[in-house]
Design a protein around this ligand. Sequence first.
Ligand SMILES: [Fe+2]
Ligand SMILES: [Fe+2]
Length: 487
Amino acid sequence: MNSPTNAEQYQSYRGLPVLAGLCSMERAVESQWSVETSTSQLKRLHYLTRRLHETLTARITAEPIYELKTAYSHHAYLLAEYTSAIRKRVGEMRVPPLGLEDVPHDSLKLLMDEIISSPTTETLLVGAYEVVLSAILDAAKQLQQAAHPLADAPTVRLMKLLQFELLEVAEFGRQAIACLISQQQREDMAHWLALLANCLKHAGNLELTSADDGSQGDLPGDVPEVAPHYSKTPFQYQAEPRRDERFHDSYNAGVNPEAFLYDERFSARDKTLMMYYKRIREIDVPEMMASILYELRDEEPWEFHMEMSRQLWDEARHAMMGEVGFLSLGLDWTKIPINFTWSRNLNLQLNARERHGVLFFIEQGLMPKTGKKYEWEVGCDSGDGLSGMFQDFDWADEVLHAQIGRRWYMPRYKTLQESLAFGDRSWTKVVSQWHAYREQGLTEHRNWWPDLYQEACRRWNVAPDPVALAFHTTYEESRADLKKISP
Ligand SMILES: [Fe+2]
Ligand SMILES: [Fe+2]
């Protein structure tokens, strides 16, 4: 007897919460829910989280604004986590084949095609955060409330967790839009935003009552037909990194921080400066990794994308650690050229597999004693607690990255040696163009080190070490692993 009256009268032992705290008995005796309804909605959410992950990743490289580059890196990673969690849940629901690679509704495909193809930072922000993320959050809330709290408890939990984290992402989007988009810009987007809204309407606004059998459903009579606008021209990934106006002289390779770091003549304190520079310069790693993820989007399984997205986000965090390091020393990082030629050259000269090879080669090279462990020791010895702490976690992250490489890059080759050799060869193939950049007037390769070092010494209230002050080793003849290159 499943009557509410029975449920109301039900007595637990000494009034303890019933059903492990999931819900009341009145709610638990309601029977309107099914595996089919639950999986159908999960698949629609999966499609949106996965495509939004792809969209934000694809726009990292060419997005000039540093705060957005790092935010897209973070948010794409979070979306990857929920994409993975939803895939896992669907896999538990006895519905093989899972159909996770299928498009659940043509208008949702159009919605996502429009946003990835949209031309500006402003259109991307509004489309991704205001339209799609809001739709995801509304649908997650609805699914959390509609799913049976006992029978479908894992789905309810997942939807709660998703909202917990993605509401913060939506708040970032709201603030970014308030900072960057004028009323006029929003009005200029009105037509396009109406198209996006109509795409969602065609998919029943993701409501459970509509098309929950996964079919296209009947189109509502009062919704205009939807047709591609920006996506008439398919999205072209822009491989050339762009930076905002605080970055200048980005072709400058006039200082080789690795040469300084591994030179025994210099003090740990002075080396922290170069390490903070190396950290913030790492914004070039997300710029490069995004190209691998986008270009291999159909060639590698989802698990590859999940793990590589985590790594991409870690590299954005490392850059932000450098930003914080400069701030902690009272130094202005915008006065220093933050070089982008590593990501630019790799993106423009190599294919995705070669780029992955270079990444793997570099990260394996960080594992011996002279790599990340050494940087941590320098940080600890420097008297700069923040540097020691950042390098402690940076080392941990890089160990994880080396493992990710062993899972997702190395197995393509017969041996570890072969996989490393391919990476080394690919890196050697990259033309550094050190001289060409100077000849073309793109940079003077100015030695920015003495100014930065003297400013830091003023802050530390110490006299500069004359040998450190005279440091002038460039990237003209060697690359970041100090291997000689022909200029
Ligand atoms: Fe890193
Ligand atoms: Fe890394």
